[in-house]
Design a protein around this ligand. Structure first.
Ligand code: NDP
Length: 236
């Protein structure tokens, strides 16, 4: 097992974030989650934060640092969709998604980087999506926000790599969570027909890749985009 670390997962109250936090707890790490509502898994510390609000992030980080120590592993997972076709998409639909998925990641990474630089250790994991590089009709806002995380992680790698801070992107395909449950059944069937593995993934299948990329065995990987998509995005 990897050395025990202090881990913070944003949006850890449900879905993929909850599964990621559970997996880190199961592997013996000190785990905190940010949540706007609800609670993280048993054994984790829940702190309130909205990733669109820097002051709430700063307050949440300060609590985690006081209770568990400086954050060594950061998983920027909180994300939203506002799907609609380009011609119908409002500027607000676009900005809300970018503010949460991209600027939200910037806010938490910036706040975490201070402690990581001091410690000369950090593992940053950004939860993107297969559609970031594959594209998706009705998701220009979401795909743009998720694609941008790649340039973000690679720039962090160039800027902070020499301080033993890695930054990687995980690009899940379709995962069984509230986000995909909202899709009409016919659409879910159509998506499955295009996935080489012919099924959606469980949140745990994403979580185990996240704990691995943040763990000691993956210490020389940085700036990578790791698909967890059943082959859907091959070559993208
Ligand atoms: P869910 O919709 O199940 O959960 C989203 C999480 O993000 C919730 O914890 C939610 O908190 C949190 N969140 C949203 N907005 C904010 C905000 N402004 N501040 C703080 N937290 C916020 O999503 P998933 O678990 O499915 O997705 C998690 C991540 O994985 C997202 O980044 C998503 O884009 C990505 N992803 C998901 C895929 C899927 O198939 N499900 C596929 C590819 C990527 P609250 O409960 O308070 O709303």
């Amino acid at each position: 097992m990897s050395e025990s670390r202090t881990v913070l997962v944003t949006g850890g109250n449900r879905g993929i974030g909850f599964a990621i936090a559970s997996e880190f707890v199961a592997q013996g790490h000190r785990v905190a989650v940010t949540a706007r509502s609800g609670e993280g898994p048993e054994g984790s510390l829940t702190v309130r934060a909205d990733v669109t609000d820097s002051a709430s992030i700063d307050a949440a980080f300060s609590i985690v640092e006081a209770e568990l120590g400086p954050i060594e592993v950061l998983v920027a997972n909180a994300g939203v969709t506002r799907d609609t076709l380009l011609l119908r998409m409002t500027e607000e639909d676009f900005e809300t998604v970018v503010d949460t998925n991209l600027t939200g990641a910037f806010r938490v990474v910036k706040r975490a980087s201070k402690g990581m630089l001091k410690a000369r250790f950090g593992r940053i994991v950004l939860i993107s999506s297969v559609v970031g590089l594959y594209g998706s009709a009705g998701q220009v806002n979401y795909a743009a926000s998720k694609a941008a995380l790649v340039g973000f992680a690679r720039s962090i790698t160039r800027e902070l790599g020499a301080r033993n801070i890695t930054a990687n992107v995980i690009a899940p395909g379709f995962i069984e969570t509230d986000m995909t449950a909202e899709l009409p059944e016919a659409q879910q069937a159509e998506y499955k027909a295009n996935i080489p593995l012919a099924r959606f993934a469980t949140p745990q299948e994403v979580a185990r890749v996240v704990t691995w990329i943040a763990g000691d065995d993956a210490g020389y990987i940085s700036g990578a985009v790791i698909p967890v998509d059943g082959g859907l995005g091959m070559g993208h």
